[in-house]
Design a protein around this ligand. Structure first.
Ligand SMILES: *[C@@H]1O[C@H](CO)[C@@H](O)[C@H](O)[C@H]1NC(C)=O
Ligand SMILES: *[C@@H]1O[C@H](CO)[C@@H](O)[C@H](O)[C@H]1NC(C)=O
Length: 391
């Protein structure tokens, strides 16, 4: 389990350029949780789209036009769309079966439509064994800057290297690095790199062995924002990016504060540190993913301990069973009952029996436990006696 989890990365992309309409309204809180590498020989490759608010519609698709035919041609034997796992999150999950083969490699989006408008988040998936890999998955720069897109290679190069941008072959790019000077918004896009041999057609891309990364170019020069790029950005720390239309620092997962100056405090994680860790012993969770180093705190379950115990259960691993009046649900952490313990039980989680369990007070008297086996009865006439027996 932990092995799978350690591969997860949460990619939070507030689209800075391609979809300016969605930026004018409140930006919906959408996260695409993926492993950037497919699991080649099983059915466990997925795209997980988690929304912080109610979504009317969620759609998955390929970012590049050149992959549309393949993606939308996948049959129901090859993909499954379902609820988010682990349960308790809003959103949808798109599972690729092993039989989907190379269609599992590419850049994918999740479009979420909700009250706040439509939001698109994208992320790439690659083959773990591909000979070329990107150094980073996404790079954001400002208009007018220069940037070098860096790939690494783990094997002997084939005859040559080919690059594509948004599916089209880039002429003049034939090394593991590709430098762009004076970038413009149009340079934003999906960049792919792979080996090609002179003898075979298609090269590594035909075998779904391309490296994929994304370049985002802010519409304004560095440090500026606004319709005319005339406003000065605050300095955004820790990889935060000044939003070109609002001037607000968009913080990467794990940081918050007006200028992304604060690391998530112990107890919180995620984009904007908006989620709370639930680790046993109050230990900090991974500030990007919420995963705890050991057990979840009592009351919580799941890979990142965000699922509350089911009604009627509580405690570590949710192993405790509530014991409240009339089957009322107890506190998921300590098992305490909202209206106290039922007659005959005591203790913080109402699991200990006491002297009132045998209902010893007669004629309508109420039983008050003093300890495990001791009690007193307050009788209907107001007196206290052993068991309210008249005479
Ligand atoms: C690419 O590598 C160069 C040299 O190591 C480095 O200066 C540059 O910042 C890297 N580019 C990105 C986008 O990380
Ligand atoms: C492959 O083709 C390129 C360009 O046509 C050429 O420069 C290169 O030497 C060739 N490589 C081999 C191994 O033939």
């Amino acid at each position: 389990m932990m092995q799978v989890v350690s591969w997860w990365i949460a990619v939070v992309c507030v689209n800075l350029v391609a979809n300016p309409k969605s930026l004018t309204d409140a930006v919906m809180d959408v996260t695409l949780v993926i492993d950037p590498f497919i699991e080649e020989y099983n059915d466990r490759t997925y795209l997980k789209c988690v929304t912080g608010e109610e979504a009317y519609d969620i759609n998955f698709g390929p970012v590049l036009e050149s992959q549309q035919e393949q993606f939308y041609g996948l049959s129901s034997d090859q993909v499954v769309v379902g609820d988010v796992w682990p349960e308790g999150y809003r959103g949808a999950m798109y599972w690729f079966r092993q039989s989907a083969g190379g269609a599992r490699v590419g850049a994918f989006f999740c479009d979420v439509t909700g009250r706040g408008g439509k939001e698109r988040v994208t992320a790439a998936k690659m083959k773990p064994g591909a000979p070329i890999q990107p150094r980073v998955l996404t790079t954001t720069v400002s208009a007018g800057e220069s940037v070098t897109l860096n790939m690494t290679s783990s094997s002997e190069p084939a005859d040559r290297i080919e690059w594509r941008k948004d599916g089209d072959v880039l002429t003049g790019a034939d090394a593991l690095q590709f430098r762009l000077e004076d970038v413009r918004v149009e340079d934003s896009g999906i960049y792919e790199t792979y080996y090609v041999t002179n003898q075979t057609v298609g090269g590594g891309r035909a075998r779904a062995e391309q490296a994929i990364m994304r370049l985002l170019v802010r519409a304004c020069p560095v440090g500026l924002w606004g319709d005319e790029c005339s406003m000065k950005c605050p300095t955004c720390f820790n990889g935060g990016v000044c939003h070109p239309r609002t001037g607000v620092c968009v913080c990467p997962p794990g940081f918050n504060g007006p200028i992304c100056e604060k690391a998530c405090s112990p107890g919180t994680f995620g984009a904007g540190c908006s989620l709370t860790c639930h680790c046993e012993g109050g230990v900090s969770c991974n500030r990007f993913t919420g995963v705890c180093p050991a057990d979840c705190a009592p009351g919580y379950l799941g890979t990142n301990c965000q699922i509350e115990c089911k009604a009627g259960t509580y405690g570590l691993h949710c192993d405790g069973r509530c014991n409240c009046h009339g089957g009322v649900t107890c506190n998921i952490v300590d098992g305490s009952c909202p209206e106290g313990c039922p007659e005959g039980y005591m203790g913080p989680d109402c699991q200990e029996e006491n002297g009132c369990l045998s209902h010893p007070c007669m004629y309508g008297g109420t039983c008050h436990p003093i300890g495990q086996d001791r009690y007193y009865c307050r009788c209907t006439d107001g007196y206290i006696s052993r068991d309210c027996h008249p005479g």
